[in-house]
Design a protein around this ligand. Sequence first.
Ligand code: PLP
Length: 384
Amino acid sequence: MRSSEIRELLELSQQPGVISFAGGLPNPNAFPVKEIREITNKILVDGSKALQYGPTPGLKEFREEIVRFVEKEGIKAEVENVLITVGSQQALDLIGRVFLDEGDVVLVGLPTYLGAINAFLAYGVKLVGIPLDDNGMRVDLLEEKIKELKSKGEKIKLIYTVPTFQNPAGVELAEDRRKRMAEIAEEHDLLIVEDEPYSMLRFEGVALKPIKFYNNERVIYLATFSKILAPGFRLAYVIANKEIARKLVIAKQSVDLCTPTFTQVIAYYYIKNGYLEKHIPKIIEMYKKKRDIMLSALEENFPEGCKWTRPKGGMFLWVELPKRISTIEMFKEAINEKVAYVHGKAFHVDGSGENTMRLNFTNPPDELIEEGIKRLAKVVRKRL
Ligand SMILES: Cc1ncc(COP(=O)(O)O)c(C=O)c1O
């Protein structure tokens, strides 16, 4: 295990006066406090089930609700396929516990989610990166890499991917690539970990089917309530084939016995009462506006030679600066100018990406986004 340098950088970004595009935080105004209070008041009665231990896979009625929820996205599941976890982060760790041995290869995006890098590295695996473009992971290169690694006798276990509004790049995996990735897993006897925290936060375009729709057996699907309800609940779910789900439950038993019952009961009523469905469009409206403010500010203020993604949803966009600029070296100057970001190298398992950075647009207040981008543009210009 290694300490996350990003956590240390995030501390710097929390100094007073710093406009931070660094964290991955939802906007606190997107938390449905009134409804949560109402439900909490109702469930807090003598002998409440919400205060008791629960089953390791999660409360049955909550899992049943999840089955109905994911069906709308094209995922066929039964209760036995569903495991409730303490955030998707726990699911990533449990997958590592069950599947990964030292020296195994896990294929990930270049760039990819830092939390997954850290979770998998803890099991001594080799992470191999597959480049992304505007349509997500390059599945042609994925296939080439698999063949190359296999010919060298490497043991590949998983493909890890965040298909929709990827963290950190904000891009979406195209439909034909989803299908192809599902086939590649079949042809090469691999599992896919499909991590989808952002798919519900779509500002434009049509929802695509999850990879799991194309290969139900081999895809372990993860989704979380962190971005659509509240990350403080620490609630997520895994949908996997029954054999895998059982193994993950056994692994979880020794970790924490069960996911907190209290937040499961609240989230259960939150979905059942129809609150979630009504709430998501409000988050989308808030975040779309913030994305638009950031995109126009970048357009107006950033110098030529810089590129960025135009995410159709989610929480992040990705900026590429001219090759000679190191966003690691630039970070101190940015903090001096009271603006923060996460440098892109952190998300690259091959040490590349030094001229890139991730910007979060959901957390800062609207009126600070433009000012933050102006400050950042000034720092970039100085470097140029
Ligand atoms: C791609 C991805 N996976 C997993 C997580 C972890 O989410 P959770 O709060 O459910 O642990 C995040 C959080 O930012 C994420 O971006």
